[in-house]
Design a protein around this ligand. Sequence first.
Ligand code: PMP
Length: 454
Amino acid sequence: MTHIPDTNGSAISHNTAVKPLPEAYYTKFLSDLAKERRPSPIRSLFPLEKTPGVISLLAGKPNTTTFPFTSLSFNARSPVHPGQETMLSLSGDELAQGLQYGDTAGLASLLDWLFGLQENNHGRKRNEGWKISVGSGSQDLIYKAVTALVNPGDSVLVESPVYAGVIPMFHSLRCNQIEVETDAQGIRSSSLRTILEQWPQGTPKPKVLYTVPYGCNPTGMTATLERRKEVLQLAREHDFIVLEDDPYFFLYYGKAPRYPSYFALELEEPEVGRVLRFDSLSKVLSAGIRIGFASGPEVLLKAIDQHTATSNLQTSSLTQVIVFKLLDSWGYDGFRSHTEHVSQFYADKRDIFERAMKKHLVGLAEWSTPEAGMFFWFKLLLSEDNAEDKGGDSEVVIKTKAFEKGVLALPGTVFSPNGRETAYVRASFSLTSEEDVDLAIQRIRDAVLDARAA
Ligand code: PMP
């Protein structure tokens, strides 16, 4: 029996044994490039170095005793009492691991910890046909996944508006980006169904769907359970892989994320292996430390590892040992307390931002309240009846008029896979103080009023 964490952090019981899709299933999904890649002859032998009694003359690893770093210490806030700090130190073998080349998929101890985390958060047990790879942020892994799955010119399904960081990936592969509508309940599975059911006969169907299910960047929206379930059902019916990019999972404003992830929910499917999940530590530990991780079918993760082995070789060993030292000292409960503090911080920021919107923008903008993440997505109402589509006008207002008044926000067009104009604007509320939020919203109000008067 498997337990999928549910809305209240307890568990949904899942009675059937997990049935991973067979390796051969993925052959049709791999891109030509991924199929052509060969494993690194040296890196693929790294695990054998650990064979007891074997003297390794294998890799050109430098001798870490020649390096100038002898110890590394840092202070970390207690996850339970943020006012208190503990000093953590790395030296000896632990530090040497951080100074040395390491396994392509990630530091074994960190991977081990992350397996436990995924089991706690998504009910997925290791050794059930899936694996984890660490990357230099989730962006690194998303890019590698895209190139492992998509051939130039392929059609891909992307929620729209979409995280701007994936548009250039699909664009450089000359993909046909099929936009799946979204609304306040996240991705619209009915729009996805229509697209797939009306797919022209004889044209290959898309192999991937890209979606950000919690506190979406840019819309701030969270996909409901019903939507998630229907998307998974469609993935089975129409044979595609869900690229679940979930960097805001830990920024859900509440005790526990409200809905199970796709990665958890697929345990209810007859077979598992259609979800490739991306997590990020950027929003909760440090963005600069560049640690993300992907969880999913072994074949796909191995394709990602082969890309890594031919590009950056691995994620920084040093940042991996630092992150592991911290996470190991906190334990899973400590990590949860920490992420709860962080999400409460953003929930307060959301409230401050929304208060200012209600004060200055009622009748001048429309928005939905985010439940996770760090973004407000709002539509500028540039005419009183808001009759016309003012997409292009909104872009001008936010890019020039609002900027002249001293506020910088992103026009929604930036998040449109095919460059379609939109009257929406993305505002990030992660950094701004209460006074500045108030000022910023007043400036947006003034820009809208000027545009209406013009
Ligand atoms: N996906 C989304 C939706 C994001 O918003 C971001 C960060 N802006 C990333 C991926 C990349 O995050 P990371 O720092 O883990 O590479």
